[in-house]
Design a protein around this ligand. Sequence first.
Ligand SMILES: Nc1ncnc2c1ncn2[C@@H]1O[C@H](COP(=O)(O)OP(=O)(O)OP(=O)(O)O)[C@@H](O)[C@H]1O
Ligand SMILES: [Mg+2]
Length: 773
Amino acid sequence: MEKYLSQLNDAQLAPTLQKDGPMIVIAGAGSGKTRVLTYRIAYLMHQGVDPFNILSLTFTNKAAREMKSRIAQIVGDSEAKNLWMGTFHSVFAKILRIEADRLGYPSNFTIYDTQDSDRLIRDIIKQLNLNKDIYKYKQVRSRISSYKNSLITVKAYFNNPELIEADTAARRPKMGDIYKEYVERCFKAGAMDFDDLLLKTNELLTRFPDVLAKYQDRFRYILVDEYQDTNHSQYLIVRALSDRFQNICVVGDDAQSIYAFRGANINNILNFQRDYDDVKMYRLEQNYRSTKNIVNAANSIIDKNKTKLDKVVWTANDEGQKIIVNRLLNDGDEGRFVASSIFENQMQHQLKAQDFAVLYRTNAQSRAIEDALRKRNIPYRIYGGLSFYQRKEIKDVLSYLRLIINPKDEEALKRVINFPMRGIGQTTLDKLMVTANHYKRSIFEVMKNLDKIDLKVNSGTRQKLSDFVTMIESFQIMNQTANAFELAEHVVKASGLIKEFNKDQTPEGIARIENIEEMLNGMKDFVEEQKELADTTGSLTEFLEDVALATDMDNDKDDGEKVALMTIHLAKGLEFPYVYIVGMEEDLFPSAMSMNTRSELEEERRLFYVALTRAEKQAYLTYTLSRYRWGKLIDAEPSRFIEEIDAQYLEFLKPKEHQQRANPMLDADIFGDIEPDKIRFKKPKKRTAEKTPPKFIPPKKLKPVSKASHGGEGANLFDGQLSKGNIVEHMRFGKGEVLKIEGKGPDTKAEINFENGGVKKLLLRFAKLEILG
Ligand SMILES: Nc1ncnc2c1ncn2[C@@H]1O[C@H](COP(=O)(O)OP(=O)(O)OP(=O)(O)O)[C@@H](O)[C@H]1O
Ligand SMILES: [Mg+2]
């Protein structure tokens, strides 16, 4: 037997060694499902299967890269390179480019990200004169997304009275019109959104039997990780492609299905046996990831769900420490506890920052954790925030680049036609759009044919439009010879972007320029890397595709020596020695929005199961007594999930054991109506050479009004910087006007009318305020 196969147990070997036929591996967290997929691919290759014939679909591109590099270690680099591996979206985007003309798309179609989709939807809502408070663009977008993932085309929508009725009942009778317009506008712009990548693949495979046959023949072996979270559209693609050879291996865990809200369908896992003949079903039971305490605690949780497949998960690992549960005062307190606990564990056990993860239910919770980590100089990275490529200045550059490749791309054009300002105003743009719609052409085509079209603009504007066209066309010519990096470097200068951003010398402005530089560096790396690969050329099109499909998770460069902060949804498939699950409170986790039905609650419970099973050595659960929700401070109750864990696996910290308070007075009720939550003082960030600060958009530097007193060093008295009428800014409440100052010395309070949150009384020695004027 090959040596690498000895790294599998018998239960894992069985599915690994079954070369042909349909098979499903159902197993709990940490039992080696992903490992089986990885080794199975290596084994197939050793059995003589050509890597070109293997398609492997993963949950993130990062997971695909990791798998590929592990396989490369076993079979060698040059072989592994030819594997088709990636997320559904990235793999099928490639195929769609090859086959685009079948569907009437240009092969250089743009991939619209959610920002682009949102802008377009807002535009359509405005254009159709609909009430934007009823037609909320995010809801409209998610509705359109769910049609697409259920393969409901515009035509199918209008033929389906039930759907129309449902939208009408939801006070959105014009949903169909928006959907129709949205689809047409995307098509006209030569653009696909994320959902189109799956929808259009399905269309391609159903409408063109020869195309289907071609890819069935190519992908003789198909493997899917995290199968429990595939949606209907993905399910159909997998089924169609595997229909001929039926060499399909899917692995998953019904207990970790957490994307139902985005259309994932757990029935895909349950029905697998029905869909194929002679399905072999495998189960893995031994968990290699976590301690006994964690495995058993997770089992006791998932046991509470009624809808589930029966599974056994056990581990031969050590008993380990009990799961630590801690009650904190508020989110600031929670953040401080997490930060000091990470710090202590790091010292005590000689751990690296990347051995820790902090998981939360909602993105908003990261702020308090970040504040606390920053204060302690613990480097961290937030996953799933605004990705680098969605930052304003980066999107500006990207929009120019997108226009070069696909001048029909309307969202890109609208973004840059007058940025930097070149005297082409909204009125002109509106006229262009109307004309473009009228002729069913793109805006750029209209601009190129101004002499043939009666566009009511003056000759000055006409000249400006034609200058813009000339500029883009000159970039296009350069694109024929230059590589992506050279072109982008030229574009940022020639378009005037760099000059524009240089005007702003504030820290934010400088950060923008740095980001653009960073992007150019990235492009240079990309060009160099691609030179070494046989199947790519480092072209701008390839770069843009990478960018469009990059999730924040895929940004490899930034992974080292940092605590990982992310939502539980993003943590799926990952593992960390130490895991902190924060915000274990009713209405937050389980989420208030997911408690209407038993099945929603069960999905929340699965989410908790996913969270807990990320931990290898130690898990922490924290909850607070009060928390800001929807702008109000509310009393919080501990999550039912804490109670649901068998108590023998838990250890409740007594309040004294974790007192890391900056100020012992915090407990005393001396602040009146001041929310304890924001009684924190933030030191300006210290940059030290050995600890590189985490990469994030730097928060506005706050000028503290006074210094807080830490650990009883003696109060630093308020020194009269602030007076009535001053305009100030607060991290959470935004801008406000000082109405009144009262009290003296350390007790000085200010009554401030904030734009978010109304009138508040703040104790100045603790308040984080910036004086604006
Ligand atoms: N036979 C084995 N011997 C040693 N370590 C193993 C073995 N099988 C799996 N592992 C290790 O156990 C951990 C969990 O494996 P893996 O990530 O493949 O599990 P999984 O079932 O995919 O988990 P999840 O459900 O969370 O995705 C990994 O660190 C893996 O390397
Ligand atoms: Mg896995």
